[in-house]
Design a protein around this ligand. Sequence first.
Ligand code: HEM
Length: 415
Amino acid sequence: MFGIPSAKGFDSTLALLRNPYGFISETCRALDTDLFETRILLQETICMTGAAAAEVFYSEDKLIRAGSMPGRIQKTLLGEGGVQGLDGAAHQHRKKMFMSLMGTERIAALQGTSLHMLDKYAPDWEARNEVVLYDEVREMLTRAVCAWARVPLDEAEVATRRAQLTALFQDAGALGPKHWRARLARHRLEKWAARLIQQVRDGELQPTQESALHIIATWRDLDGELLTPRVAAVELLNVLRPTVAVSVFIVQAAHALHRHPEWRQKLKDDEGQLEPFVQEVRRLYPFFPAVAARVKSDFEWRGYRFPKGYRVLLDLYGTNTDARSWDAPQEFRPERFHDREVTPYEFIPQGGGDHHRNHRCPGEWIAISQMKAFCSFFVNAIDYEVPDQDLDLETGELPPMPKSRFIMRNVRPRQ
Ligand code: HEM
C-alpha cells in the first residue's frame, strides 16, 4: 500500500513493546529501507529511522503534533495543553517561554545549585556503608530544580515530590498499577503546581523575575491571555519532571565510568573530555525510544506517499546508533565527538531539528551541564567502590537502568 514497505503481521504493538529500542531499526534493516508501515495500537503508523528520515520528520509543513500522542502518555508523562501538542505559531510562541529559561547564566546557576547539593550530600554518603545512586541523585535534583525555579519545597515534602515526579517519567509507559500510580501522581502534581501559579498571580508568592515559576505564571499566549492555571501547571511540570529525569543519564554516566575505567583518568587529567564523554553517554544509552507526529496533509518523500492523518514514529535510539552516521555505533567511544560536527538530525537523544522552531528538547543544555557536574564530582571529589551487583540495563523498563539503581560503597573524599 502506498509503496511503503510493510512490517510482517497485522499489528506491531507487541513487537514494539518487547523490543522498544530495536524494533524500528531492525525491521528497517530486514526490509532494506528507512521506513515501513504497520499498525501500532491498531492505528496505521509509519515508522522511520536515520538522519534523512529525521529531517523529514522535523519539517513542520509536513508533520504536526496535535493528536499524535497516545492518551495514556498524555495522562501521565506529558499532561494536556502543554507545548508538546502545539503546532505552528502557537508552538513557536510557547517555546519562547522555555527557551527564555535556558540562558548560559541560568544553566550555570542550576549547575552551581547541584554542585552545592553534592557537597552537602557527600559527608552523609561517607557515613553510610552503601548508597543507591539513583535515589540520591533524584533527591538532589528535586531540591535543586525547585530551588532554581523558585518553587517552595518544605523539607517534609521532598520525598513525596521526588516520588511523584519520578512516577511521571518512570511509570508512564507501564501497564496496570504502575500506570495508575503515574496518573495519580500527575493529578496531585498538577493541583500543587496550579496552586503555586495562582499564588504568584495573587501576589502571595513573589519569585524572582528570571525564575521558571515567575516566567510561566506571567506568560501570555498569542491571544494576550495568561495560561489557564492547569496549563501553566503542566508547563511548570515540564521543567521540574525532566530535570529530575536527568538522574537517569547521571546513573548511566556512572555506569559508563565503571564499565570504561580508563575514562576516569582521562576525565581527571583533562576537563575538556567531560563533554565528549557525556555526549557519548547520551548517544549510546537508551532513554526515549521514539517520538510521534501525524501527517498534516498528503505528501511524497523519495517516491513514498505519506497519507494525511497517519501517525509517524521517528526512531531516536536507532538514529543515534545508525551505522550510516556512526562508525562502530555500539561501541562506547567518546573520542568520536572530538572533531566531529554533528548535524541536527543524526544525534537526537532529546529530539532533533531546531530548538526554537521544532519540538527539539529545550533542556539539552541542562542535561549536559548536570551530567558534566556529576561526572566531574565522581572522578575529582570522591573515591568509591562499586560492589558486585547486576549492572545489566533492565530493557523491560523505560528508561532502562540497572536493577540495583547503581550501588556505591565506601564513599570517601578524594585525597
Ligand atoms: C522535549 C528528551 C531533559 C523539557 C523532549 C523530547 C525528547 C526529550 C525526546 C521530544 C522531542 C520531540 O518531540 O521532537 C529529554 C531527555 C532528557 C530531557 C532524555 C533528559 C533527562 C529535559 C529538561 C527539560 C526538558 C531538563 C527542561 C528543563 C522539555 C520540553 C519539551 C521536551 C518542554 C517539549 C518541547 C517542544 O515540544 O517544543 N525532551 N529531555 N527536557 N523537553 Fe526534554
